[in-house]
Write a protein that binds this ligand. Structure first.
Ligand code: NAP
Length: 328
């Protein structure tokens, strides 16, 4: 397992973060809590010590299951949870970053996680109203009170980034969607790292499972699986066709290393962002074991170029326009 110290924090974490969105047990197909718990135990056995969840995943269920799975090991791991998406059954979901809501959300997360502190408390989305200075002031108060150790950013767009800039060095992580089939926030990731001096995390690192190589044009998702809806573009129309070309190339690269497509897709992120950490949503111990085989090896420069080229093929990007190649 590769480990890294998070920027601005006295926290050393695995370069794999177990994602807890499916653990909410909602809208990801049929899932069983015992499988998630088994996956958490396997993660601990394999040296994974970094877990991502949110109050909104399954309306709190993900946090409860994580706590159950960690059992007596809470103090050996780093828990990152998020606030701000205010979702209630039967009501419209709103984003709320006000101090009053932060206080309530934090107490609720602490209770569900069965802990008296959260390692990294993350602003899930900006509500476009509460000034970042007010959010940071509240987070600092909670830090002084010992209820959170550090705080992080998520989905920060350039307009809010400019407002957060005075707090450079105070946030420890920042997460954006990124994978071989979602490159649209790549510039934002690099901008955020530069502006805020944070450790970058990627979510949707497998394109919601697309990059596992098990889906094609004939794949059908069940009624209770979000990927059935066209808004999950990775599985529909032209984007699906493009993704299948990426998977074809991924399969070849993976085979030459005797790895799975999923592990190779995650390795691409590990090698592209040498200080970054991929978050992957996990449903069972088998997936967890497979994804940890992304650790402790490298893709060659040529393989990175091949994957990068097919991933960008729809935009006709040539290698000379890939500034990150300098890193290899
Ligand atoms: N900050 C944010 O706004 C935000 C938003 C979304 C997610 N996140 C975080 O990021 C995490 C990752 O994103 P995500 O869960 O949306 O998508 P993802 O990690 O790209 O895909 C997860 C899905 O891929 C499949 N999978 C995982 N490992 C596999 C393996 N080894 N082999 C084959 N299939 C595998 C599973 O679904 P199937 O087996 O059913 O295909 C799993 O549910 C989330 O869990 C959450 O913690 C953050």
């Amino acid at each position: 397992m590769e480990y890294i110290q998070l920027r601005n924090a006295d926290l050393t974490v695995s370069r794999f973060c177990m994602g807890g969105c499916p653990m909410g047990g909602y809208d990801w197909g049929d899932t069983k809590e015992e499988d998630f718990i088994d996956a958490i135990h396997t993660a601990l056995d394999l040296g994974v010590n970094f877990f991502d969840t949110a109050d909104t995943y399954g309306l709190g269920q993900s946090e409860k299951t994580l706590s159950k799975g960690l059992n007596g090991n809470r103090h050996d791991v780093v828990i990152q949870t998020k606030f701000g998406v205010r979702a209630q059954k039967g009501q419209n979901t709103v984003i709320d970053n006000t101090p009053v809501y932060i206080q309530k959300a934090l107490e609720d997360s602490l209770r569900r996680l069965n802990t008296d502190y959260i390692d990294i408390y993350v602003v899930h989305y900006w509500d476009q109203k509460t000034p970042p200075a007010v959010i940071v002031e509240e987070l600092e108060k909670q830090k002084q009170a010992g209820k959170i150790r550090y705080y992080g950013l998520s989905n920060a767009r350039p307009e809010v980034l400019a407002l957060y800039k005075p707090f450079q060095g105070q946030f420890v992580t920042s997460q954006h969607e990124f994978s071989l089939c979602c490159r649209k926030w790549e510039a934002e990731i690099r901008q955020t790292v530069d502006a805020m001096d944070v450790t970058p995390l990627t979510w949707g690192s497998l394109g919601q499972g697309m990059l596992s190589g098990k889906y094609d044009e004939n794949s059908k998702f069940s009624e209770n699986d979000r990927r059935r809806r066209e808004v999950y573009t990775n599985f529909h129309g032209e984007k699906l066709k493009h993704n299948l070309r990426i998977v074809e190339e991924l399969r070849k690269v993976a085979a030459s290393h005797d790895k799975s497509c999923s592990a190779t897709a995650v390795r691409f992120i590990l090698d592209l962002f040498p200080n970054g950490i991929p978050i992957v949503g996990i449903k069972n111990a088998k997936q967890l074991r497979d994804i940890t085989t992304a650790q402790d090896w490298h893709l060659t420069w040529q393989e990175m170029t091949r994957l990068n080229r097919v991933s960008h093929a729809d935009k006709n990007v040539t290698p000379t326009e890939m500034p990150w190649l300098k890193e290899f």
